[in-house]
Design a binder for this molecule. Structure first.
Ligand code: MTE
Ligand code: MO
Length: 401
């Protein structure tokens, strides 16, 4: 366990600015919690606009959602939504009246749009999961380098904004355009660190669903989730969801910046996995989510009363939509289909429930989802050196007594 001083040190002293009506406030540590892997001790920290969250780093702030939140409903509240940054220079006092989005490169009409102008364009809304590529990395065996996250680097929200397609049409994409790059207002503290820039293929960028979002669950974006504007790339890992987005560039080649060419790559193999401990021969940029499902109302190691219990949880995938969730209470020998909850769209968490009867004794509860393309979850974990894409069938061990 960490002592108080160490907790304070780790919780850091990030001061958030006045942009979203925030006064300058320091984050402070409330308590600690322990994630279920070695070196899993974390401070619970309080940042402006956030409820107590699991602190991973303080400069930049990186916060994981306590897993119990996912049992409260299919939508993750803004104040419990995880936070991920790469670069320490995070823009915390953006003046929304001075903010502009620049659209440039291979376009007929380069644009500089204010937030007001962006909000006047036709709006779209969509419920979608945002999940960090490294969500659940802490469970990798052998362990891998990177943020040691449990299962809380994900969240599901109703996003509101303008289709990127609308903006690109306004700018007039030129013949021969291949990709679109996205840059946010945060930057590196040192010149040696490459700026965080991501790219999408032009057809993907124009699919009508990739969105510049200014709204999240009926409110503005929280500062730490990209205020005042962020990219939403439904079904794709969070790395593409560029926050504080202020620069869009249409290019006629394939972008070769560090965060596309060298980072966020997965093995170019059938399951995007390799033998544990080995390096892939060829890699591709990470893209869509793998299929995942969780039990949310019973935690590992729980003691329950024998008899009737209702299991409950969530499932999601990269955009085909969840077709079936099956649950086993005997360690995977037999499976029963769960009842699916309300369908909030193919990019959303899908809630599920299943009444079960537990005899006295120990039980291994497992949950496995299948999407509309027939993709499902492996019984044994797949491995890759960056600790991405984790989607093994989760096991919750309980004792009924
Ligand atoms: N500007 C900016 N946008 C960013 C990042 C970043 O470092 N800077 N990190 C990305 C990564 S890796 C993830 S997982 C998501 C996390 O979104 P969130 O912090 O709103 O949860 O933001 C993405 N957008
Ligand atoms: Mo991420």
């Amino acid at each position: 366990m960490l002592d108080r001083r160490e907790m304070m040190k780790r919780a850091g002293t990030a001061a958030l600015g006045a942009a979203a009506g925030l006064t300058s406030v320091r984050a402070f540590a409330l308590d600690t919690m322990t994630l279920p892997f070695d070196n899993g001790e974390r401070p619970l920290v309080k940042y402006p606009q956030k409820r107590p969250m699991i602190g991973l780093t303080s400069r930049p702030p990186q916060l994981e959602t306590p897993f119990s939140i996912f049992n409260d409903g299919a939508i993750t509240p803004n104040n419990a939504f995880f936070v991920r940054y790469h670069l320490a220079d995070v823009p915390l006092d953006i003046d929304p009246d001075k903010f502009t989005l620049e659209v440039k490169g291979k376009v007929d009409r380069p644009l500089k749009l204010s937030l007001k102008e962006i909000r006047k364009l036709p709006a779209i809304e969509l419920v979608a999961v945002n999940q960090c590529s490294g969500n659940s990395r802490g469970f990798f065996n052998p362990r891998v380098a990177g943020g040691q996250l449990a299962n809380g680097a994900m969240g599901n929200a109703r996003w509101r904004g303008v289709a990127l397609k609308t903006i690109l049409e306004k700018a007039g994409v030129q013949q021969g355009a291949k990709q679109v790059t996205f840059n946010g207002m945060d930057g590196p503290v040192s010149d040696k660190t490459p700026d965080f820039v991501k790219a999408l293929d032009i057809d993907h960028a124009r699919d009508g669903e990739v969105m510049l979002a200014y709204g999240m669950n009926g409110a503005e974006l929280p500062v730490l989730n990209g205020f005042p504007l962020r990219l939403v790339v439904p079904g794709y890992y969070g790395t593409y969801w560029v926050k504080h987005l202020n620069e869009i560039t249409v290019i006629d080649d394939v972008f070769d910046g560090f965060w596309m060419k060298s980072a966020y790559r997965i093995p170019d193999t059938p399951n995007n996995s390799v033998e544990p401990g080995t390096a892939p021969k060829a890699t591709i940029p990470i893209n869509r989510f793998t299929v995942r499902s969780f039990i949310t109302n019973v935690i590992d190691g729980a003691k329950l009363k024998p008899g009737a219990t209702k299991l409950k949880g969530i499932a999601f995938d990269g955009g085909k939509g969840i077709k079936e969730v099956a649950v086993s209470i005997d360690g995977g020998k037999t499976w029963t289909a769960a009842r699916l909850g309300k369908d909030l769209g193919k990019y959303s968490f899908r809630e599920w429930t299943l009444p079960v009867k537990l005899a006295a004794g120990s039980h291994e509860l497992k949950v496995r989802a299948t999407n509309n393309a027939g993709d499902t979850q492996p019984m044994d974990p797949l491995w890759n050196p960056a600790g991405y894409l984790r989607n093994v069938v989760e096991t919750v061990r309980v004792t009924a007594a």
